[in-house]
Design a protein around this ligand. Structure first.
Ligand code: ATP
Length: 258
């Protein structure tokens, strides 16, 4: 069986630890990779069984963009993310991620798409640091482990086992494991949850740096400050799924409409 091919097999590291695919011997390939939208959704219907949970979504997410999904509880935002990650089949319409149907069984897909959907689990007998080293090993991650540990305020708990962590510390450990990974698309479901203020500010800074370095973000959030700082595009998800400006999205959350 032919091996799976990720466009641009070699990699170059960016300052924030993102690894972008590139092949110095073949700039045409690199250019073609850059031109390809990261995610395209056209009349995408999502849900469980046969019933869509929201009206269809149409959007294109390009490299260097950050699309934030906003909406009331139960609107369908997480369902849309799960579908984009290939964990649920679309109920209708078209969806491609990096030019292909999302498939988490594919090594190429898992290499390219780093996600935190809030469904974390831990090995009970591995410390926080050991978890992160495992992620580094498994994904061939080149990001600076110590910088990620320090950046997410994990130094004091790096040797702790998971059952000794608070809920916020668990969230920080999971975010660290995602931020360590090489990726072309970062998918986060309410990354602000359980984080204290300073960690939220730090997270916003990292996501802005990632976007500015050419990374691509697909994020669900209820945090107006995070949307305001990081989003380049906003999609309101619900009965009338439609694009909003970033300002409209922030205002709707601040006014309590979402
Ligand atoms: N596994 C599931 N099986 C069936 N229905 C589900 C499942 N998970 C969620 N739902 C339903 O799908 C709808 C959309 O849920 P979803 O989690 O996508 O909402 P959300 O916009 O992310 O909400 P929140 O802001 O509360 O996180 C809800 O009505 C929810 O009850």
């Amino acid at each position: 069986m032919a091996p799976e091919v990720i466009p641009g097999a070699s990699a170059r590291a960016c300052p924030v630890g993102i690894v972008l695919p590139t092949d110095p011997a073949n700039p045409a390939l690199w250019n073609s990779v850059r031109m390809e939208p990261i995610v395209t959704a056209r009349d995408l219907a999502v849900g469980y069984g046969t019933e869509p949970v929201c009206s269809p979504a149409t959007f294109t997410l390009e490299r260097g963009q950050a699309l934030f999904l906003v909406g009331v509880n139960g609107a369908g935002k997480s369902t849309l993310l799960r579908t984009a990650c290939g964990l649920l089949p679309p109920l209708g319409g078209q969806l491609t991620v990096l030019g292909h149907t999302p498939d988490p069984r594919s090594t190429a897909f898992r290499t390219a798409v780093a996600r935190d959907l809030g469904d974390e689990s831990f090995f009970p007998f591995l410390t926080v640091r050991e978890h992160l080293e495992l992620v580094q090993l498994g994904h061939g991650a080149t990001a600076d482990l110590e910088a990620v540990i320090t950046g997410l305020g994990l130094s004091a708990i790096a040797q702790a086992l998971p059952n000794r962590l608070s809920s916020g510390q668990r969230r920080r450990a999971v975010l660290a494991s995602v931020l360590l990974r090489p990726r072309r698309l970062l998918v986060l479901d309410e990354p602000e949850q359980r984080l204290d203020h300073s960690t939220r500010v730090m997270l916003a800074g990292r996501l802005v740096a990632e976007r500015e370095a050419g990374g691509t973000l697909l994020v669900v959030s209820h945090d107006p400050a995070l949307v305001d700082a990081v989003a380049t595009h906003v999609l309101l998800v619900g009965e009338d799924t439609r694009p909003l400006t970033v300002d409209e999205g922030v205002e709707a959350i601040e006014e309590g409409a979402l």
